[in-house]
Design a protein. Structure first.
Length: 251
């Protein structure tokens, strides 16, 4: 079922990045917002009075290369939260653990054709889109390295396995953001495509909000959109329904 248009005076909008605002691409670094999509996100942020946040497994520093800086960003699955215009606070101990994790995974990735190691500020990920049969080996290698260091939780996603800081998940991040000034009192709406987004969807619905699944797959969300293009078409509809400042941007 397609979600209804949102009311910018009532709702708070939480969006995943990869697979939701942008298509899934062969390598994480290739994901970019088009100019029209960037303009759309800026318009949404303005019309929702700043009650828009991006929840991603990417670090805040990574998101800052791909997003307008006037939006809230929760990176590392919620391990980092940055308000508009600011970077993420530093956590030297967590960053050192992440570097250690990456170093332990480098020999495995170098010896596994089609597997790509993605270092992250608070963790690391192994992508196997180019070699799907490597999923079990990637999961085992990541779990072993994470256990040796401690303080990480291992999770799976679309052709990726990832270690994130224990206690960091998108559900906790959404709940934290929803209580902040500018978000508090609004109805949260979470839009995401992957398993890691389900916790945020559950958190939104627990706050009497709405959840929207992007793409195929099992989900607790009652609403669904087919792909990022359909997400942006729906967001255009939300902007048009607000009756402010003229027509939405073309995709």
């Amino acid at each position: 079922m397609r979600p209804p248009a949102l009311n910018p005076d009532v709702h708070a909008l939480f969006l995943d990045f990869d697979g939701t605002l942008t298509e899934i691409v062969p390598t994480p670094d290739a994901a970019r917002l088009t100019a029209s999509r960037r303009t759309r996100l800026e318009a949404l942020t303005a019309r929702f009075s700043g009650a828009v946040a991006i929840l991603s497994g990417r670090s805040v520093a990574d998101l800052d290369m791909r997003l307008p800086r006037d939006v809230w960003r929760a990176g590392g699955h919620g391990a980092e939260i940055a308000p508009p215009g600011d970077g993420a606070p530093s956590d030297p101990a967590a960053e050192e653990r992440a570097r250690d994790l990456t170093a332990r995974l480098e020999p495995f990735a170098a010896a596994a054709p089609g597997v790509m190691l993605e270092p992250k500020r608070m963790g690391a990920a192994l992508h196997f889109r180019a070699r799907p049969q490597a999923e079990r080996a990637c999961l085992d290698a990541l779990a072993e390295a994470a256990e040796a260091i401690g303080g990480f939780a291992v999770q799976t996603g679309k052709m990726v396995v990832e270690a994130r800081p224990e206690g960091a998940d998108k559900g906790a991040a959404l709940a934290r953001l929803a209580a902040l000034p500018g978000f508090a009192g609004r109805t949260p709406v979470m839009v995401g495509d992957d398993l890691t987004d389900e916790a945020a969807m559950a958190a939104a619905m627990a706050l009497n909000g709405m959840a929207v699944k992007v793409g195929a797959g099992e989900t607790a969300a009652p609403f669904r959109l087919a792909d990022p293009r359909e997400v942006h078409a729906w967001l255009d509809g939300c902007l048009a329904a607000a009756h402010r400042d003229g027509p939405p941007a073309a995709d």
